[in-house]
Design a protein around this ligand. Structure first.
Ligand code: RB5
Length: 144
């Protein structure tokens, strides 16, 4: 079963629960790295463990959200092995996988409806990395 790491702060908590449920229904194994309530918290506390799980191979990829998506995306992208893409419409999510081989989908929980978030997640899950010239570009992202 493909394992997905989920992470959010309080602003993304409700959307995380919703998308985890859908991911389970679609047959994925869900690993929830928190947060676990709507109490105010700091997104790096949950983003870093989720990023570690993807970098180590414990989970194949991740899905994360905070209010804007920016804070949690910035945190995830500090990890050398993570390519986290902030997406608010399905085509962005497809391209993030096809061209960037994004291993974290990030959503702006306060700026997206549940219905659109589902569509964005589905687009990401159904897309395939195209490799080729895109792999060459990805290979140049890391700071040596
Ligand atoms: C929390 O209020 C908010 O700042 C956070 O969810 C996120 O948008 C930060 O980037």
């Amino acid at each position: 079963m493909t394992k997905i790491a989920f992470a959010s702060d309080h602003a993304g908590y409700a959307l995380k629960n919703h998308l985890m449920l859908r991911a389970r229904e679609l047959g994925y194994e869900v690993h929830d790295f928190g947060t676990f309530s709507e109490e105010s918290c700091d997104y790096p506390d949950f983003a870093h463990p989720a990023a570690d799980a993807v970098e180590s191979g414990e989970c194949e990829f991740g899905i994360a959200m905070c209010g804007t998506g920016n804070g949690i995306q910035m945190t995830l992208n500090k990890h050398q092995g993570i390519r986290a893409a902030l997406c608010w419409q399905p085509e962005l999510a497809s391209l993030a996988k096809e061209h960037n081989n994004a291993n974290f989908l990030v959503l702006p929980a306060r700026f997206i409806t549940r219905d659109m978030a589902e569509k964005v997640m589905d687009a990401y899950l159904n897309a395939q990395f195209e490799g080729g010239r895109h792999q060459r570009r990805i290979d140049k992202i890391a700071v040596k």
